[in-house]
Design a protein around this ligand. Structure first.
Ligand SMILES: Nc1ncnc2c1ncn2[C@@H]1O[C@H](COP(=O)(O)OP(=O)(O)OP(=O)(O)O)[C@@H](O)[C@H]1O
Length: 366
């Protein structure tokens, strides 16, 4: 199945929750909708599921207008964050549910339903749980059952809303690996919502980054990680250090920055902002350095340094592997050597908070 979404908009009262979404999903793809809380991910998922309707726009599946179809006619498997299993039914009956409630004409015979459920229990690696009730399961096990229930109807499309949201980190990681295998084997087209970038990157073939009702970027995980398209995506993906620089012949420069490791870029000369991950910056002790170490904390493997930028008064935080760190303590002056980063023109939708920093840099280079 191919899904085509075009110019989709949705508002609730005064709030524009989706502001023109364009997206296509190919058969068998695993797509993550990634974005901060309130960016419209769930609303988009609900519209695809037929649980909500847009104000305008197109939703077609295999060329068919899905906005004319009711939820129950869309052959969708939906898994919510709170797994909502039926508490009074066993695991086996929960998984069978979608088949047993079909109208008589399309309902498989009881033996066929039992066979299908047994097959799914094997496939999901939970046959030992068949006769338990939801209250007797762990969160991760419940989530597997919820997926089994969604898959029982052989859905054309699986929609998962924060499927691992309520689980602890280790269980999430285990389930992720498991889910990826299960979905690959099943060949299902799947769209899932998450605000966790690690989850999106590890699971998805393609990631759709959403911010405030718009799609900011669509791409393969590595593409998005290495080349965030907008300042919003850069920040959301953890490039939290923002330094004003001046571009000259494709090279970024600024006092106190050794930018020799950064590749040349095809951008016009002038002011720009350099976005960096805290772990992509090497501090180099330098008595003339522009930055002063304000504070050093250890997280075990990493040293986290809070710096004071003498030029802009900003207080960027950087991280360095403890075993690689030069001797540093509060008061040490340093310059910075970014190893990788992303440049945006100073005007590329960067909020006014950094404008004073750009002004300070310009004045310093006069
Ligand atoms: N039925 C509704 N009535 C009014 N406002 C709504 C309704 N549903 C969602 N919203 C608003 O729409 C915006 C987007 O919500 P949505 O649930 O789609 O975001 P999200 O990206 O999935 O966020 P989260 O990760 O927190 O679930 C939010 O500001 C929310 O308050």
């Amino acid at each position: 199945m191919t899904i085509t979404i075009a110019h989709l908009t949705r508002r609730f009262g005064e709030t524009e929750v989706l502001r023109g979404i364009d997206l296509s999903v190919e058969k068998g793809e695993l797509v993550a909708l990634l974005g901060p809380s309130g960016s419209g991910k769930t609303t988009l998922l609900k519209i695809i599921a037929g649980l909500d309707w847009p104000d305008a726009g197109v939703l077609e599946v295999n060329g068919e207008d899905w906005l004319q179809k009711k939820a129950q006619d869309r052959r969708i498997g939906f898994v919510f964050q709170n797994y909502a299993l039926f508490p009074h039914m066993t695991v086996r009956d929960n998984i069978a549910f979608g088949l047993t409630v079909r109208p008589r004409e399309t309902r498989p015979a009881p033996a066929a339903i039992a066979g299908k459920v047994t097959e799914l229990l094997q496939f999901l690696q939970i046959p030992q749980l068949a006769d338990r009730f939801p209250a007797e399961l762990s969160g991760g096990q419940r989530q597997r059952v919820a997926l089994g229930r969604a898959m029982a109807i052989a859905p054309e499309l699986l929609l998962l809303d924060e499927p691992f949201g309520a689980l602890d980190a280790q269980v999430r990681r285990d389930l992720r690996r498991w889910l990826r295998e299960v979905l690959q084997q099943a060949g299902s087209t799947t769209i899932f919502v998450t605000h966790d970038q690690e989850e999106a990157f590890e699971l998805a073939d393609r990631v759709v980054v959403m911010g405030a009702g718009r799609i900011e970027q669509v791409g393969r995980p590595e593409e998005i990680h290495d080349h965030p398209a907008t300042p919003f995506v850069a920040r959301f993906l953890g490039m939290t250090v923002e330094l004003p620089v001046t571009l000259h012949a494709g090279r970024a420069g600024a006092p106190g920055l050794d930018t020799a490791s950064l590749p040349r870029v095809a951008m016009a000369d002038g002011p720009a902002m350099l976005f960096l991950r805290p772990t992509d910056i090497t501090p180099v002790p330098d008595p003339q350095g522009r930055f002063t170490v304000a504070d050093v904390t250890s997280t075990g493997a990493l040293l986290r340094l809070r710096l004071k930028d003498d030029l802009t008064s900003a207080e960027p935080e950087i991280e360095i592997a403890r075993r690689l760190a030069p001797p540093l303590r509060a008061g040490t002056r340093i310059h910075l050597r970014p190893e990788a980063g992303r440049l945006f023109p100073a005007t590329a939708g960067i909020p006014p908070a950094v404008a004073p920093a750009i002004k300070a840099l310009k004045e310093s280079s006069l």
